[in-house]
Design a protein around this ligand. Structure first.
Ligand SMILES: Cc1cc2nc3c(=O)[nH]c(=O)nc-3n(C[C@H](O)[C@H](O)[C@H](O)COP(=O)(O)OP(=O)(O)OC[C@H]3O[C@@H](n4cnc5c(N)ncnc54)[C@H](O)[C@@H]3O)c2cc1C
Length: 384
């Protein structure tokens, strides 16, 4: 088999790998993305499509706001492929409070966000909640809103990023698995389809990224989980913003075609070796019941399909973004813990800045791989 040589190899054709390759190509590099399945096959293509600034971990807020600026100008990033993402912004995401007990943490959160210097999360009262969500159950008393937030169609978004990357000269090796890594003068990458070489290596391996890190002897958390989703048959439009639960686990949105997509904190069974994720029926039932409690109209809904996707999860619920501690010219970006879809446009851009210009315009110290050095190693899924 022949050797393929380039300046930078990205392992993983999820949205983060694809976005990183796209941004590197914009800066004049010639990335090859190596993907063991197909682009968008895992978390990036099967997620809930929530484009959310609301209730981000404080370390992620700056990135999330910068990412949202890019979502709101997708044409600047994706050109003629922007419309493929079916992105709708400025519909808002609302965390619904059913009780005073739900309201208190939302008020405390809004105060904390303001103290950190941000203003995008607003506490809303019963009247504003009804205005934003006319179909919400009568017992709900208020909530927290981030008004710029929105939604997109994940599989199409992954493909739009892939097509734009190809237009900029990125090459994709799909159906090719990375099996070995060695660094001599340069990176030597063994795969199921032969030998690749490059100067720089980027690990965007999603739930399998820890395995990629272990190929260079670097131990990083192995946490992963299967996030579960359901979708209904088409319904007449009744909800515009994306809704999340406060006292209950729920994420809920109606798409332009009328289907309602339901998810949020419902875990299935995950098998990294078989590369499968399956919903658990009883948990789907609880999730469906939660929908009907918050939106009584959902009692008439018909669930037509359920699925689950494999996602990496870090002990502190924030990603790993930064240089490998074990190998030169190697970078990691993974571990998005259930909320990386929204961050993809900015993480790819930051990595390209770090690699080409040597600095990040936004603070990323909280995401450094070394933060786990003192933690106990984890095995298997964190939660299923
Ligand atoms: C059901 C579900 C709902 C979600 N909802 C939302 C949401 O509403 N909003 C939000 O912001 N986020 C959401 N997320 C999270 C989001 O989807 C992920 O954080 C994001 O897609 C992660 O992208 P990634 O590129 O890191 O990983 P992935 O998309 O998993 O891509 C990693 C890729 O690396 C490849 N790979 C791994 N190892 C190798 C190897 N050795 N050789 C070659 N290729 C390899 C894999 O095959 C895979 O395709 C959700 C996730 C799930 C599963």
């Amino acid at each position: 088999m022949s050797t393929m040589d380039t300046d930078v190899i990205v392992i993983g054709g999820g949205l983060h790998g694809t976005s990183t390759a796209l941004h590197l190509a914009q800066k004049g590099m010639r990335p090859i993305v190596i993907e063991k399945n197909s682009v968008g096959r895992h978390a990036s293509g099967v997620n809930a499509g929530g484009v959310r600034q609301l209730l981000r971990h404080p370390a992620e807020i700056a990135l999330s706001i910068a990412a949202m600026d890019r979502w709101l100008n997708l044409e600047g990033l994706l050109g003629r492929y922007a419309a493929m993402c079916e992105f709708v912004g400025h519909i808002g995401q609302v965390a619904v409070a059913e009780t005073e007990e739900d309201m208190r943490p939302l008020e405390a959160r809004a105060a904390e966000v303001r103290r950190l210097g941000w203003t995008h999360e607003e506490v809303i009262d019963r009247n504003e909640l009804r205005r934003l969500l006319p179909a919400v159950a009568g017992h709900c008393i208020g909530g927290l809103v981030s008004r710029r937030d929105g939604q997109a169609t994940p599989y199409l978004t992954s493909q739009a990023f892939r097509l734009r990357a190809i237009e900029l000269g990125v090459r994709f090796a799909e159906g090719v698995r990375v099996t070995g890594l060695a660094h001599g003068a340069r990176w030597e990458v063994e795969t199921s389809a032969g030998h690749f070489t490059s100067d720089i290596l980027i690990n965007c391996g999603g739930a399998w990224a820890w395995q990629v890190a272990e190929l260079v002897g670097e131990a990083l958390p192995r946490g992963h989980f299967a996030a579960t989703m359901m979708v209904t048959a088409r319904m007449a439009p009744f909800v515009t913003p994306v809704v999340i639960g406060t006292g209950r686990q729920l994420s809920f949105k109606q798409t332009a075609n009328g289907t309602v997509v339901i998810g949020g904190g419902i875990f299935g069974t995950a098998d990294l070796t078989k590369e499968t994720a399956d919903p658990i029926a009883e948990r789907l039932r609880v999730s469906a019941e939660t929908c009907s409690i918050l939106f009584p109209i959902m009692r008439r809904a018909t669930i037509v399909r359920a699925w689950a996707g494999l996602e990496a999860r870090m002990p502190d619920q924030i990603p790993v973004i930064g240089r490998s501690q074990a190998a030169p010219d190697m970078w990691h970006a993974f571990g998005f813990s259930g909320h990386g879809f929204q961050l993809a446009p900015i993480v790819g851009s930051l990595l390209a800045d770090l690699i080409v210009d040597g600095k990040s315009p936004l603070p990323i110290g909280a995401f450094r791989p070394s933060r786990f050095n003192d933690a106990k190693p984890q095995v298997g899924p964190v939660s299923t």
